[in-house]
Write a protein that binds this ligand. Structure first.
Ligand code: KIV
Ligand code: ZN
Length: 505
């Protein structure tokens, strides 16, 4: 069967999602998880645009040995130089150069003629090939470009040595039939196209990103660019899990294969959602909380008789499982470590030590530590590694009648201890006022919600908040059996994301 290459751009286009900035440690964790998931290519960043992206591409290039690592570049030589400098340590680097081809972009953004862009294409691809034999060329806004001109530019790129030709639907405009015809047009009008891989990259502005990607596969595309949970610029990118499960479930129709291990899909989705602070909608295909939940009596009746009546794939096939070993305060290191590994968390000894201490602390407070609890603990522990400010201690006094008061202790960027206290309209407000005085970055709280991670009176509370600074939103999450502490952690998490993003830009 033909193979379809899965090019994951969660760490590049996905991270462009508003408020979704990731730290370098989070990027490496996600990269490792994607490698285990079996993606062929990980696009780790856009090195020329920021030091943070440069560092991430450089780090992932060094650390990930089992999949190809891509770095995105503009067409200018200094951009290609910088991308290659970040990428060159990779086991199998892929240099990805992008140029716009639509008249809208040429006239309104680049202020260049079609001839100039054509020349730049040859120049950029030839220059990039000096460094990297594996080279992808993307024609940005391809679906709104004049097809004849698009084919001229792609022909120039193939002639200059591009090994992958990408046809992006940058603004999510195209419809599936049109996209299939465009891929056909490229196949028929670009000399040498049979020697290179045709790739597609679809955005979801009209909710068609997955449908368009699948249609392109039907027409011969053999690489799809996608992201976990469909995160990405604006309405996002094509969701990896939806494309892969469509190809698996309807193998009879598509007759292609991928290298993805589907049982790792759910874990990867959870990790990305948690690190990016973006909840997966409950009705999201494949990974939403309700994707395998049957509520109607008629459906439940069918399910009890035979699950194939209302399920076209099993929850186990994407890694959703009910575990039988109950973890609690008597569980030892071995049981905890092996459950963590099963959940996809391969921690260093140091990381495990911290996580195990947190596990013990939690197990003392609640009867059963669930897999969801473990996921939260790991995310919480690993997050502290890349924090600028760390919450050491928080205490509140409140009641009726009383003036809510909080005192907070933080560790600052140089390891210095900061203490502060404040009054507020309630205990959470008092904590936030105290923290705000110490971490002097202007921001406003715009959203606040609490939910329990697992069921029962001893459940952990997960607080999700959103703050805004300079018009940009930053999500923060915190988990604890005490929702006041969870609220403080969530605020610290959002502030650390804000600071990391400011540092990057
Ligand atoms: O949407 C787009 O066109 C892109 C390119 C860089 C491939 O993200
Ligand atoms: Zn894109």
């Amino acid at each position: 069967m033909d193979k379809v290459v899965i090019f994951d751009t969660t760490l590049r286009d996905g991270e462009q999602a508003a408020g979704g900035a990731l730290t370098i440690t989070e990027k490496l964790d996600i990269g490792r998880q994607l490698e285990k998931l079996g993606v062929d290519i990980i696009e780790a960043g856009f090195p020329y645009t920021s030091q943070g992206d440069f560092d991430a591409v450089e780090l992932l290039s060094k650390k990930l040995r089992y999949c190809r690592v891509a770095g995105l570049s503009g067409f200018k030589r200094e951009q290609i130089d910088s991308t290659w400098a970040a990428l060159k340590g990779a086991a199998a680097p892929l240099l990805h150069v992008v140029i716009s081809t639509s008249d809208i972009h040429l006239n309104q953004q680049l202020h260049m003629s079609r001839e100039e862009v054509l020349e730049l294409t040859t120049d950029a691809v030839t220059y990039a090939k000096r460094f990297c034999s594996d080279m992808e060329f993307s024609a940005m806004d391809a679906t709104r470009s004049d097809p004849d001109y698009l084919c001229q530019v792609l022909s120039a790129a193939v002639k200059a040595g591009a090994t992958i030709i990408n046809v992006p639907d940058t603004v999510g405009y195209v419809q599936p039939d049109e996209f299939g015809q465009l891929i056909n047009c490229v196949k028929e009008n670009v000399p040498g196209i049979d020697k290179v891989v045709i790739s597609v990259h679809c955005h979801d502005d009209l909710g068609q990103a997955v449908a368009n990607s699948l249609r392109a596969i039907e027409y011969g595309a053999r690489q799809v660019e996608c992201t976990i949970n469909g995160v990405g610029e604006r309405a996002g990118n094509a969701a990896l899990e939806e494309i892969v499960m469509a190809l698996i479930t309807r193998r009879d129709f598509y007759e292609v294969e991928t290298k993805i291990n589907p049982e790792r899909i759910y874990r990867t989705s959870r990790l990305v959602s948690r690190y990016m602070g973006m909840e997966v909608s409950p009705n999201k295909a494949i990974v939403g909380a309700n994707a395998f939940a049957h509520a109607s009596g008629l459906h439940q009746d069918g399910m009890l008789k035979d699950s194939s009546t209302y399920e076209i794939m099993t929850p186990e096939s994407i890694g959703v499982s009910e575990s039988k070993i109950v973890l609690g305060k008597t569980s030892g290191r071995h049981a905890v470590r092996s459950r963590l590994e099963k959940l996809g968390h391969n921690l260093s000894d140091d990381e495990f030590k911290k996580t195990f201490e947190a596990f013990k602390e939690l197990a003392d407070k609640k009867k059963e530590v669930t897999e969801a609890d473990l996921d939260s603990l790991v995310a919480d522990e690993l997050r502290t590694i890349s924090e600028t400010y760390h919450l050491e201690h928080v205490q509140v006094s409140c009641g009726e009648p009383a003036v809510p008061t909080a005192s907070v202790k933080l560790t600052g960027p140089d390891g210095n201890i900061l203490t502060g206290s404040a009054y507020g309209t309630g205990p959470v407000d008092a904590i936030y006022q105290a923290i705000k005085r110490m971490v002097k970055v202007p921001n406003n709280l715009t959203q606040f919600s609490v939910k329990s991670v697992s069921g029962g009176i001893d459940a952990q509370g997960e607080v999700t908040i959103k703050i805004e600074s300079d018009g940009i939103g930053y999500i923060g999450k915190g988990v604890s059996t005490d929702i006041i502490v969870a609220s403080a952690k969530a605020y610290m998490n959002a502030l650390n994301r804000l600071l990391a993003s400011k540092k990057r830009s």
